[in-house]
Ligand binder design. Structure first.
Ligand code: UFG
Length: 344
């Protein structure tokens, strides 16, 4: 929480902290911006609006800046008081990362290096970083804890792991304090249905299933039915985007109170198969959703389920959405109201 200062027991002035949110106009970024504002922080958003949407953020200063342009990042820090940084800006499509690794190393690794250099120049030492379950690669044990071996099987995961390593060295050299949050499968939308997921192209299961229900796609393809899982389809750990946003605010407060650099998984600890997701979505929308069986998608592990015990124990984080139906319901509320997403 921002600090309240009591002067003469009469005037209470609240000094608001200002958080720079890189990639704040994206899916998880915009939900976290909303949560920060609800928690009385000031927010400055940096976003190149390539994937992000201008209309996903309200009541903030929005700078259309690319992290590859160090001078422009510097200008924001020169002109704005920044107390801490949250960094969501990244390319995140696994398949694309395998075809265009240079784009991923440039935007995800070089972009973050630029940000870190400017933070160091302006002595801003607190950072919350968006990492991913993809840093682990094929799971050797389920649930996956933070100590699980890190052997990414795709370039996207490799770039996120490279950044985590960079954060560690900046921490040693310059006293950077960071929290790296490894998300499992982000899903859902804000309770009010005013913001939600809008990717172009969309590759994620739940929005594609709901777009099928809306008649915007003829069918949902089920990638692989011969996995060693109870129904043969892949199992994932779906975590609500508002629960991710809560974890960011808690991590920020942890750093503001002097917490040391650390890493946390973020998932529900419960897996659902692709078929279970489609069947649950059918119940949410109240009509059948056309599905077809298709080949496996390359690089998909059979099962990914998180252990989030560490953040629960250390920061008291508790996900509010533990029921897949309720997660999909919020996503449906958004997609149904906004079939064209933000329409930009
Ligand atoms: N799936 C389908 N049909 C589709 C889309 C997805 O069957 O049209 C399946 C996938 O094969 C997978 C599951 O649904 O088994 C979930 O797929 P998503 O694309 O929604 O999510 P991923 O699990 O592939 O990706 C997530 C994050 C990535 C992260 C990755 C780590 O979105 O950022 O987990 O493995 F890198």
């Amino acid at each position: 929480m921002p600090f309240a200062v009591d002067f003469n027991e009469k005037v209470v002035e609240v000094i608001k902290l200002n958080i720079l949110v890189c990639g704040g106009a994206g899916y998880i970024g915009s939900h976290t911006v909303k949560k920060l504002l609800e928690n009385n922080y000031d927010v400055t958003v940096l976003d190149n609006l390539e994937k992000g949407h201008e209309h996903s953020v309200k009541d903030v200063s929005l700078f259309n800046v690319n992290l590859l342009n160090k001078d422009n990042i510097d200008k924001i820090f020169i002109n704005t008081k920044i107390d801490a940084v949250m960094h969501f800006a990244a390319n995140s499509i696994v398949g694309e990362s395998m075809e265009r690794p240079e784009v991923y190393y440039n935007n995800n690794v070089v972009g973050t290096l630029n940000l870190l250099e400017i933070m160091q120049k302006h002595t801003v030492s607190k950072l919350i970083f968006s990492s991913t379950a993809a840093v682990y690669g094929a799971p050797k044990e389920i649930p996956i804890t933070e100590n699980h071996p890190k052997e990414p099987t795709n370039c996207y995961g490799a770039t996120k792991l490279a950044v985590e390593s960079m954060l560690n060295w900046f921490s040693h050299a310059y006293g950077l304090n960071y929290v790296s949050l490894r998300y499992f499968n982000a899903a859902g939308a804000s309770k009010q249905g005013d913001i939600g997921e809008d990717h172009e192209p969309e590759t994620h299961l739940i929005p594609l299933v709901l777009r099928t229900a809306l008649g915007l796609r003829p069918e949902i393809k089920i990638f692989g039915t011969d996995y060693s899982t109870p129904d043969g389809t892949c199992v994932r750990d779906y975590i609500h985007v508002d629960d991710l946003a809560d974890a960011h605010v808690l991590s920020l407060e942890y750093l503001l109170k002097g917490g040391h650099s650390t890493v946390f998984n973020l998932g529900n600890g419960k897996g659902f198969s692709v078929l279970e997701v489609i069947n649950t979505a059918q119940r949410v929308v109240g009509k059948p959703i056309q599905r077809v069986y298709a080949e496996r998608r390359s690089g998909d592990p059979a099962v990914l389920v998180a252990s989030s015990d560490k953040i629960k124990k250390e920061l008291g984080w508790t996900p509010k959405y533990t029921d897949l139906y309720k997660i999909i319901e919020t996503a449906w509320n958004w997609h149904n109201k906004h079939p064209n997403g933000f329409g930009d």
